[in-house]
Design a protein around this ligand. Structure first.
Ligand code: ARG
Length: 588
């Protein structure tokens, strides 16, 4: 399918050639924006006039004279200090949208010109630990970025860097070795919830013993050494913890309606074999130095409260490797084995200093450079209604599962209220409740810029009015209902028809979907896609107020053209929401 040239690109091209025809030496970006006063407004003449020491209004008038109005540009005029106001023909709007409509799979969104390979590190919970709201953000934002990048043609490698290694396992393994039946299951099929409660119980008892029994503590510490030495029996017990945790992780991801694939789970343990080599490379190149026995990397601009430099510790003085050594080894793997051009890390902003130091170290070592870059997509904290980090009333961190269940409960209530009118079966109510509840949680997370903290407010999230996923889902379902009622009138574009103002506004916004997706993919900013979709639904609401789709007063063509407009809107909502990981039920 040939790429669809957007209306703004056509206008841009025409204005650019008019500008170079007026001032042959100059090249200028017309700087086109959507505007309340015209379909598009170009501001670029002002800067150009300044450079050429010309009067902007006069220059603008000369440029206008060189623009040929025709198929796309209906009218162009100078306004204000030297802006150009451009009006698009109705025909160009309808024809461009028809080309997008014909491209069912991509809606005219082009593939990236030079796609590369991105390794994205997201959804990384920790073994034998409950998942909390922080893990929600990484999973939701990461999944959206994966979908968006893949849609633009990027090769995406997913890496779930789970916390599956470290000294805390000594205690767990030792305990399980001494109580071998603690993780046995009655049934062959164990639910995620059961798996987690087994792990939790085991963790608590092991911890108690560790804190109260000196001899157990000694045995547990010896286990850490065995684990690091790769003792087969110790590793086999460790594997049980990993497997049990995965059952739990997968159940949560399923609840989140998110596909996480087992081979993409490469936890901290996956880089064990590289750790010694990573340290050797850093030490030999002088990037890291020994300081009080530890292998450290120092930075001029990173200092502690006492004014002394705070190093990144790659290897501790007792020979142990930590979080940093693992991340540095993962960089080598991702750059040299997976051949990534871009490394993305969807990780809490509270780890930003860690990544700053790790990335800088990798740069000094030559593993990262101008062609291979690493970026942390840092996200903020989830806050409670009181504006403090989200906790239960008892002050504990909120379990992700509880929170999702509550969202689905509330959403189901909302769905049920309208169910009779819409004609939903009980099974559909349950399914829609899940789509609306999970969608609400995802959308709330994705609709503010990731770095900002946001308040977790379920009442607001499932509200039918305002910037919520359910508002968008209703917009979609309402269109489906109209399409079902349309009888034998089919959505068909009629470029000869004149468009009403609300149709033009909706149409011009629909045409910007492609540009929005491209921008969102380049800047890794899913919240801009959410904002686009919300505006789309708002344009649709205005359109409904002003234009009847199925009315006996409409000509056949008018009805078909309006059906075409709303159907393209529905497809755009469906595609856009899909990229955010949110479902659009057909009936709601
Ligand atoms: N497991 C870590 C946590 O729960 C996040 C891992 C982030 N990724 C990384 N490559 N360090 O905080």
């Amino acid at each position: 399918m040939a790429p669809v040239t957007s209306l703004s690109d056509s206008v841009n091209q025409q204005l650019s050639s008019a500008i170079s025809a007026t001032l042959p030496e100059a090249s200028a970006d017309p700087l086109l924006r959507r505007s309340d006063r015209a379909d598009f407004q170009a501001n670029g003449i002002l800067a150009l006039a300044k450079k050429a020491k010309a009067n902007p209004r006069e220059l603008a008038t000369q440029v206008v004279a060189k623009v040929e109005s025709g198929d796309v540009i209906k009218d162009i005029e100078v306004s204000g200090p030297g802006f150009l106001n451009v009006t698009i023909t109705d025909r160009a709007i309808t024809e461009t949208l028809a080309a997008r409509y014909a491209d069912t799979a991509r809606l005219g969104v082009p593939q990236a010109e030079r796609p590369g390979t991105t390794v994205i590190d997201y959804a990384q919970p920790n073994v034998a630990k409950e998942m909390h709201v922080g893990h929600l953000r990484s999973a939701v934002i990461g999944d959206a970025v994966v979908q968006i990048l893949e849609f633009t043609g990027e090769s995406v490698v997913r890496r779930h860097h789970i916390g599956d290694w470290g000294t805390q396992f000594g205690m767990l393994i030792q305990y399980l070795d001494e109580h071998p039946h603690e993780l046995d299951h009655k049934d062959t099929q164990v639910s995620g919830e059961e798996a987690m409660s087994n792990l939790d119980r085991l963790y608590k008892t092991a911890r108690k013993l560790f804190d109260s029994d000196e001899e157990f503590k000694t045995r547990a510490r010896r286990r850490v050494v065995d684990l690091q030495a790769g003792d087969p029996k110790t590793l086999a017990i460790w594997q049980k913890f990993v497997d049990e945790s995965k059952i739990y992780f997968f159940s949560v991801f399923e609840k989140l309606d998110m596909e996480i694939r087992d081979p993409d789970i490469v936890g901290e343990s996956g880089y064990n074999d590289m750790l010694a080599e990573t340290c050797r490379l850093l030490e030999e190149s002088g990037v890291a130095v020994r300081s009080e026995g530890a292998l450290c990397v120092f930075f001029d601009d990173i200092k502690g409260p006492d004014g002394n430099k705070v190093p990144l510790i790659v290897q501790k003085s007792d020979g142990g490797y930590g979080y940093a050594a693992t991340d540095l080894s993962a960089i080598r793997d991702r750059v040299f084995n997976l051949k990534a051009n871009t490394l993305l890390y969807v990780v809490d902003a509270r780890q930003s200093l860690h990544f700053k130091m790790v990335f800088e170290t990798a740069r000094r070592a030559g593993w990262l450079n101008d062609d291979v870059k690493a970026i942390q997509l840092a996200f903020g904290t989830v806050l409670g209604k009181d504006g403090k980090p989200f906790k239960t009333r008892e002050g504990e961190t909120v379990k992700l599962v509880d929170l999702l269940d509550e969202a689905v409960d509330r959403a189901t209530t909302v769905v049920r209220e309208k169910a009779e009118k819409v004609g939903l079966t009980e099974a559909e109510i349950v399914e829609n409740g899940q789509y609306v509840g999970v969608g609400a949680v995802k959308y709330a997370d994705l609709s503010t810029s990731a770095v900002r903290d946001y308040k977790f407010d379920l009442d607001q999230m499932v509200s039918l009015n305002g910037d919520t996923s359910v508002y968008l889902q209703y917009a979609y379902a309402r269109i489906q209902s109209i399409l079902r009622k349309a009888g034998d009138a089919r959505p068909t574009a009629h470029p000869d028809l004149a468009l009403a103002p609300a149709e033009r506004a909706l149409g011009l916004h629909l045409d910007q979907f492609a540009a929005t997706v491209q921008e969102v993919a380049e800047a890794y900013e899913p919240h801009k896609l959410a904002a686009y979709l919300y505006q789309l639904a708002s344009h649709l609401t205005t359109f409904y107020d002003q234009c009847q789709v199925l009315s006996a007063d409409n000509s056949r063509e008018l009805t078909e053209n309006r059906l075409f407009l709303v159907d393209l809107t529905a497809r755009t909502l469906h595609k856009g929401m899909g990229l955010l990981g949110i479902r659009t039920p057909e009936k709601l």
